[in-house]
Design a protein around this ligand. Sequence first.
Ligand code: UDP
Ligand code: MN
Length: 322
Amino acid sequence: KFHFSPQIANWDLQREKWLQKYPHKRLTPQGRPQTILVTSSPSGPCEYPTGDYFLLKSIKNKIDYCRLHTVEIYYNMAVMEMGGFWVKLPIVRRLMLQHPEAEWIWWMDSDAVFTDMDFEIPLDRYDGFNMVIPGWDDAVYKRREWTGLNAGIFLMRNCQWSLDFLDMWAALGEDYGDNKREMGEFVAKQLTGRGDFEIDDQAGLIWLLISRPELRSQVFLETSYCLHSYWVMVAPRFEEMLANFETGGERWPFITHFVGCKFCSGKYNSTPMETCDHEAKRAFNFADDQVLQPYGYKHASLSKHQVLPISHESIDPDEMVL
Ligand code: UDP
Ligand code: MN
């Protein structure tokens, strides 16, 4: 059976010993558990002409969020033990082992952007859980839907359970070696709403949770806020959602994920590239307006990269939102 190297069996003990040696590294200066956000893009240049520009905006968005909330950030461009959409598994594991100070490793796809720069993940809610991922219990466990959860954004606690979990998850892709296609056909039969293309990390994760029910109690399927929201439902409505919030309505989504848009390759999109680019620009600018506000600027409109001054009044540090 596939497993990542080096094999480790007593990580909780090793990590605890390390933390006892460096107790001041346990929490951030704000008293929150240390978190490392990791995202990734291919090692070579994008084929699609605006792909690298998209990636630059996507990482700026994440740097801004992490700076405002004291989250560490790591940008990966390497292909380690697994490539393609599986690239996230080995890098999450490497970060756990190399950063015992980090309680949580937070994966975020490059095609996902923060759209609420204020929101903070309620980490205390997850005591007793080792994985947090956007998803719905019924959709995953009852209806076995491929889109019952979304593997584009998730957090894993730095512990032995997670290392073991990553091995089991990776094995679903790796044990079949060149037969990723065969495994893909198998999960296509087991899950609803999935084609029979080669096994992907999301189908693998759902299949793991279905076939090993004892793992479920450690996995928090989060629906109470938008750790992942589908861009098609969100991006055309930012102005409306902002106005709605300002008149006492609910807040707009935390993260907007451009599932089905392949910004870097420009290939195999489920939507025309022009629509993806247009809506992604709006999402970035919507978030960037929140970043620029304390500096006194905002975008001329969500579809323009130019900015305009908000006001020339003097600035009161107490009034700053971010
Ligand atoms: N990725 C990467 N290198 C690659 C392919 C993918 O780093 O060669 C990462 C990238 O962050 C990407 C994620 O894996 O966002 C998942 O792929 P994608 O977003 O295309 O899948 P989707 O969310 O559309 O299912
Ligand atoms: Mn994605």
